[in-house]
Design a protein around this ligand. Structure first.
Ligand SMILES: [Zn+2]
Length: 263
């Protein structure tokens, strides 16, 4: 048996050897030579030695402020989701969530998406001063998502619907919201275009009843609230941390109060 196997092996390897030599014979037979013509002045091209260069920044790295992404109006997109289970309100009405910022735009002003610019400006000031990330838990809310989050009458006039309110916390400073309030006030003393105006650089406390236990602060332009762990919980703010809310009272660009009424 082993003898036959040996013969078969010799036969096979012999065949492949023959094939190879035949192939090389044919290649030589068909090969053609060609002259390469060069000009007398021809020189070899010398490449410059490689130099180390700093890597160019990626587009998303350019907008970094104190190591954090610069907050733009895109950060305010509605957080509704079609994956949310429908809710039944106290009146027995079925409430559905919206499809979020991928399904609809921000509020429109003169045909363009709009968030009151002082809101991202304030949040960027906080990031710049602390080097910490501002997490927006609720920026714009379309009426559908607003009702889905909180169907109480108090919430029907929420300024989140017109891009004039933001809820947020600062990562690493979640339990020091008062420090963040101080920074907001500092913005009005150091950076705001109205820093010389007492109506802007001085804050008062709101002592009338409200839905928070710490009396809110306000100046002519904004209203600041701190929601403690047991307060202001809704679908967008179910994170279990204290958070801040800034609401616009006065639109400096149009010199008019910011109001939203529901009827
Ligand atoms: Zn929405």
């Amino acid at each position: 048996m082993s003898k036959y196997f040996f013969i078969l092996l010799v036969f096979l390897t012999g065949c492949s050897g023959l094939e190879e030599s035949e192939r090389s014979r044919l290649r030589k037979m068909n090969a053609k030579g060609e002259f390469i013509y060069r000009s007398a002045e021809e020189k070899s091209y010398v490449t410059a030695p490689p130099e180390k260069r700093e890597r160019a920044s990626y587009p998303w790295e350019e907008g970094l402020v104190a190591g954090q992404f610069k907050i733009t109006k895109d950060f305010f997109r509605c957080r509704g989701s079609l994956r949310s289970e429908p809710l039944v309100s106290q009146t027995g009405e079925h409430l559905f969530d919206c499809g979020g910022g991928e399904q609809h735009s921000l509020p429109l002003k003169e045909g363009k998406e709009f968030i009151h610019p002082v809101l991202p400006e304030l949040l960027n000031y906080i990031q710049e001063s602390t080097g910490k990330k501002v997490v927006i838990t609720c920026g714009h809310r379309c009426p559908t998502h607003n009702a889905f989050c909180d169907a109480t009458p108090f919430n029907r006039t929420s300024k989140h619907m017109i891009g004039a309110e933001v809820d947020f916390y600062v990562e690493g400073m979640e339990y020091k919201p008062e420090v963040v309030v101080d920074l907001i006030m500092e913005y009005y003393q150091k950076r705001s275009p109205h820093k010389e105006d007492e109506a802007f650089n001085t804050f008062s406390r709101w002592n009338s009843p409200s839905n928070v236990s710490i009396p809110p602060w306000y100046n002519k332009e904004i209203f600041i609230k701190i929601y403690q762990v047991s307060e202001g919980r809704d679908l967008d703010n179910d994170h279990g941390k204290p958070y801040l809310a800034i609401q616009l009272r006065w639109d400096s660009t149009t010199s008019a109060p910011v109001t939203y009424t529901w009827s």
